[in-house]
Design a protein around this ligand. Sequence first.
Ligand code: PLP
Length: 400
Amino acid sequence: MKINENYTSIENNYLFAEIAKKVREYKDRGPKRPVISLGIGDVTQPIAPAVIEAMHRAVDEMSHSRTLRGYSPDCGYDFLIQAILKHDFVDRNIHVEADEIIISDGAKSDTGNIGDIIGRDNLVAITDPSYPVYVDTNLMAGRKIELLPCDPSNSFVPSFPKGKADVIYLCYPNNPTGTVLTKEQLGRWVDYAVRNRSLILFDAAYEAFISNDENIPHSIFEIEGAREVAIEFRSFSKTAGFTGLRCGYTVVPKDLTALTSGGKAVSLNALWKRRQSTKFNGASYIVQRGAEAVFSPQGRRQTRETIAYYMRNAETIKKSLEASGLTCYGGKDAPYIWCRTPKGLTSWEFFDLMLNEAQVVGTPGSGFGPSGEGFFRFTAFGRREDTIEAADRIRTFFLS
Ligand code: PLP
């Protein structure tokens, strides 16, 4: 038996496993006060009551053979697809059709698994720094990658690749930098993809955090021409606290085709559905009923309140870092604050400094790619009281 040797070329530890290990070792040494984590992007607020009630009802249905639900449809229940279609697209005047929405257990799986329908001999362009799944899954598949640096020198707007990219990963609002692209800036990428027959993989997991609706697109399909070149990933994880429940969806327009080596046009919508129906057995009925309730009037109000709560945290962290003399980006249309490490410290040196001196955990920017070196990510997903305490500790450390 031979292994897939591509796996030996990637970092042994997923970034967050590495951080958890360091924090565990530090806690074992008995720190002087509790460690506060603003590191991993996981939610801390309870799931909206409307969602909980919907899931309770769905659980009860399972206790009667008459209403029991067995395997769910591979691509999702129509009730959820229709709710998504109306609220995320039709109400925003975005052209998407019901059979272009494919429900899954989350955007990590979909952004990782999409590679199954993409040939090995493609040049893949990935913004740098980035959500690690894009780079790692392409390394696992043995594809060539060109990184597109995003830093203050280009205002975090990626330049076009040097090579002709066949596949381009864009994530906006961005994890980890918390920055966004305007419609015009994203439009240039769509034009690039149309000109070069490239595919854009657009990760919109954080669209619900956008505060400036006028200029910042929630969906790449707000951009003319995108239906021919883009796939979009969405997630209920950060929008509605589903990190543990697991639900997301991917939009693959029927206008999107690619040519086989024999020159035959093939629908990516059909390929993705073929992939999912073979390798995925559907998100659970209970969870899909919960996701549907996110779009009910109460669900929408409750999830908006939770997002506002996190964005207040973002403001608190940003203010504290700036008062400490640090330069920060993001935190306005995204739940991440991207901060430059002071005095030329590396990202991991700053991680150690924050852990040892403030007992605050963040994420070293270098873990998101080479352009993340010299930066540090704080998340706004902490509890309010912890965030305020962490912000105080950081300010006190830098100002004393
Ligand atoms: N995409 C981005 C950019 C993320 O930051 C995350 C999670 O942190 C995901 C996708 C994963 O989302 P999900 O929980 O739906 O798998």
